[in-house]
Design a protein around this ligand. Structure first.
Ligand code: ACO
Length: 344
């Protein structure tokens, strides 16, 4: 059976750090409040006015391809998960295609907020399992600072900018994307949204004055929803695949709030050393959080490891994916990996 396996991971993080101490100077907050309520200490910000989501996506994609010894012409499909596209159209994927020289690829953007990467994994897996495409690049990239109101203490402390990318290839040894449980519940859309700029509220002086081009979030409502839905769906994908907590090497959660992650890990019966958490350094980077975790822990992952990825976000959208990891240590160029396997 052919599965879609992640074979390389890339990332991009802007250099500039925005710390909790910086926020103490900007809004009525404290380092203690932010750390204890969210787990965040600092986040990265892409300050350059002429650089945005696509710039970060291209950097992350190039790194993923380079590690695998591949280049643009090898890519069949490009999926960019984002809620902060450079512009409404054309899709970010088009500029990524051009920058990579991916001359035989097609691509599109995927909008599912913080669940974008998990939804994208399932999409990529279907494309590869169909047998019609081999090399799919999935990128999660968000310049959240472009839609963040830095006078609103309830949201501005949460978000950061970053991109993460994975390459997926067909694999016949049983490893790869095994199963996904994905959900959407549109009734919850008003709790987390950006009201302005779209066809319902096209940009006017009034929409700008009313700050409708920023993230609007009812944090308490989202928290109450997420803390249950996130844990439930991670548990569901484990149960559906007969996985016990002993079988799961790592839980890879969307990084929105440390308390939500802890609740899900408890429900899954996992100790903290088996949970990938880097929220303290990057905050919530929306579609980039999960690939950033995979990048940070890539060296610790071993071939055949069972990992469970889970995310939730605006929409509501949420989902969990069971992956059997396909390689040990950092990604290798295809030829090197084949030679190593032949030696055993
Ligand atoms: N500094 C100090 N005080 C603050 C801050 C701040 N930065 N922000 C809010 N407060 C205050 C509130 O005004 C409130 O004061 P009040 O009691 O006088 O009204 C008090 O702190 C408590 O507020 P709560 O909202 O109850 O705080 P909570 O413990 O719920 O934490 C948080 C807030 C961190 C936003 C939490 O609700 C949360 O994480 N929600 C989920 C966010 C999320 O995961 N979003 C989804 C992903 S994003 C995406 O999809 C794009």
């Amino acid at each position: 059976m052919i599965r879609a396996a992640i074979t390389s991971v890339g990332h991009f993080l802007p250099e500039e750090r925005l710390t909790n101490a910086d926020f103490e100077q900007m809004v009525d907050t404290t380092d203690e409040w932010i750390r204890s309520r969210t787990g965040i200490r600092e986040r990265r910000i892409l300050r350059d006015k002429d650089k945005a989501t696509t710039y970060m996506a291209i950097k992350a994609a190039k790194e993923a391809l380079k590690k695998r010894g591949m280049s643009g012409p090898d890519v069949d499909v490009i999926i960019v998960a984002t809620v902060t596209p450079d512009m409404f159209f054309p899709a970010n994927a088009c500029q990524v295609q051009a920058a990579l020289g991916a001359t035989k690829a097609w691509g599109f953007d995927l909008s599912a907020a913080c669940s974008g990467f998990v939804f994208g994994l399932s999409t990529a897996a279907c494309l590869i399992e169909s047998g019609r495409y081999r090399n799919v690049l999935l990128i999660g990239s968000d310049k959240m600072s472009s839609i963040t109101d830095y006078t609103d203490r309830e949201t501005c402390v949460l978000f950061g900018d970053a991109a993460g990318a994975v390459l997926l290839e067909p694999n016949a040894d049983g490893n790869g994307i095994v199963d996904s449980v994905l959900r959407t519940k549109g009734e919850g859309w008003e709790a987390l949204c950006m009201l302005g700029g779209g066809s319902l509220n096209p940009p006017t002086h009034q929409t700008v004055d009313r700050k409708m081009h920023y993230i609007h979030q009812d944090g308490r409502t989202v928290f109450r929803f997420a803390v249950n839905a996130f844990a439930d769906i991670a548990a569901e994908v484990m149960q559906r695949n007969g996985l016990t907590s002993d079988d799961v090497r790592f839980f890879v959660p969307h990084q929105a709030n440390q308390r939500i992650i802890d609740a899900a890990a408890r429900r899954m019966g996992l100790a903290s050393d088996r949970v990938m958490i880097n929220i303290s350094r990057y905050g919530n980077t929306t579609a980039a959080t999960i690939p950033l975790c995979l990048y940070d822990w890539e060296h610790a992952l071993r071939k055949d490891d069972n990992i469970v990825l889970a995310a939730f976000g605006g929409g509501y959208t949420w989902g969990a994916t069971y992956v059997r990891w396909a390689y040990t240590g950092v990604a290798q160029p295809r030829a090197t990996a084949r030679a190593m396997e032949a030696v055993g």
